[in-house]
Design a protein around this ligand. Structure first.
Ligand code: SAM
Length: 288
């Protein structure tokens, strides 16, 4: 079954009385090239355990299962369970979990799987629902699930923010957080015409490779992220002002910035990861 064929998607809709849910971000892929691009970009092999977020009617699930050891796909919409039972029939290496991925203990799930059949690597893939993309990415990174890479489609604008370098308007807390944990690579740009229904915006597939060690090593990681959050919470303000959101006094901020060798009139959007780490270390060394 060519699940990416719009005629097949329409037939499935009418057979099961299924309706696209806008609130669940249901824009299904209609391009074989794009699907193949995700599978190739994720570099899926027979000894990989794949975790897919949001399988929809299973178009990417099937393509991944052709190459992977096993695919576990997490889908929130219970209306799709009957559809997936049909479209995934015959694949004995696919498991569907009907759950909100934000509520699932992915680390425990992966650990259980690895005990049963040790896979060489765990890789996450997905065409993410737009409404929750950044929360899913941060959940995957902060929960530190033992995975090698995350190859995901998202709104182009979010991908641009993730990839951004210091100095630009798109550089922000999301750029710093993702680049702290991962190296980032663009797999493919995907125009909006490749989805059904067609969304308003274009998409990008990024591959995030989890670093063995974070990009920088602040003494206190919580302090590092406090500085990042505070700096970007008031991104138009100078660091001397925006960093008051860390709870430190202006005198302490002035001293920390001086210790880190950072001009107090600069803004957070100009700071590299190394400078955020130096700033965090300067705060950690303060005796207030
Ligand atoms: N993978 C399919 C494709 O590419 O055609 C569907 C992608 S669609 C953009 C996003 C999918 O994620 C939908 O099937 C939607 O129901 C599901 N979804 C939305 N929120 C979710 C959540 N919190 N947990 C798991 N799945 C979710």
């Amino acid at each position: 079954m060519k699940l990416y064929d719009p005629a097949v998607i329409r037939a499935i809709k009418s057979k099961y009385g299924f309706r696209f849910s806008k609130s669940l971000g249901q824009n299904f892929l209609t391009s074989k090239e794009v699907i193949d691009g995700i599978v190739e970009g994720a570099d899926i092999g027979p000894s990989d355990l794949i975790i897919e977020i949001g399988p929809g009617i299973g178009v990417l699930t099937v393509a991944a299962a052709e190459k992977a050891g096993k695919v576990i796909a997490v889908e929130i919409d219970s209306n799709l369970m009957v559809v997936l039972a049909d479209t995934l029939r015959g694949y004995d290496n696919i498991q569907i979990i009907n759950e909100n991925v934000m509520k699932l203990d992915l680390a425990a799930l992966i650990q259980e799987e690895m005990e049963d059949a040790p896979y060489r690597a765990v890789k996450v893939i997905g065409n993410l629902p737009y409404y929750i993309t950044t929360s899913i990415i941060m959940m995957l990174l902060e929960s530190r699930i033992p995975c090698e890479s995350i190859t995901i489609m998202m709104q182009k604008e979010v991908a641009d923010r993730i990839k951004a370098s210091p100095g630009g308007r798109t550089y922000g807390a999301l750029s710093v957080a993702v680049q702290y944990y991962c190296t980032v690579e663009t797999v493919e740009e995907v125009p909006k015409e490749n989805f059904m229904p067609m969304p308003k915006v274009d998409s990008t597939v990024l591959r995030l490779d989890l670093r063995e060690e974070p990009a920088v090593r602040p003494i206190d990681e919580d302090m590092f992220f406090r500085c990042v959050r505070a700096g970007f919470s008031m991104r138009r303000k100078t660091l001397l002002n925006s960093l008051t959101a860390t709870g430190h006094s202006k005198d302490a901020i002035r001293t920390a910035l001086e210790t880190a060798g950072i001009d107090a009139r600069r803004r957070a959007e100009t700071l590299s990861l190394e400078e955020f780490a130096a700033l965090a270390d300067a705060f950690s060394g303060l005796q207030e």
